[in-house]
Ligand binder design. Sequence first.
Ligand code: HEC
Length: 93
Amino acid sequence: MIGWGARVTEPERPVLLEYLATHFGVTRPQPAPSPAGAELLGTRCHVCHDSALIDQQRLNVDGWRREIGKMRAWGARLTDPEQATLADYLAVR
Ligand code: HEC
């Protein structure tokens, strides 16, 4: 990127690399999927369909919250806190 014109000074370089490695590195530790999320998936989502539709999706937490909100509008039975727990679970599993 520096070769393409990004302006980064020598002293800034290690700071930037550290930040990128921490927040976007491939070895960034992921939070463990919660058992509560797995339980909600089994009891509230598999009522209407199996996991195939769910496994195809690669969404982040916000995307899952929206998707689960849509499912609630279609009849999935979850409270707001359960929706948050399940979205967190689906985003990291
Ligand atoms: C009341 C029935 C019902 C429940 C409960 C339900 N779904 Fe769905 N879901 C559907 C229907 C109907 C579709 C559309 C199926 C299709 O397109 O073939 C769907 C589709 C989906 C899709 C595919 C993308 C899309 O939007 O069409 C995803 C992802 C999904 N559901 C996730 C979930 C999750 C996560 C839960 C648990 C919170 C859940 N569903 C619970 C009825 C339900």
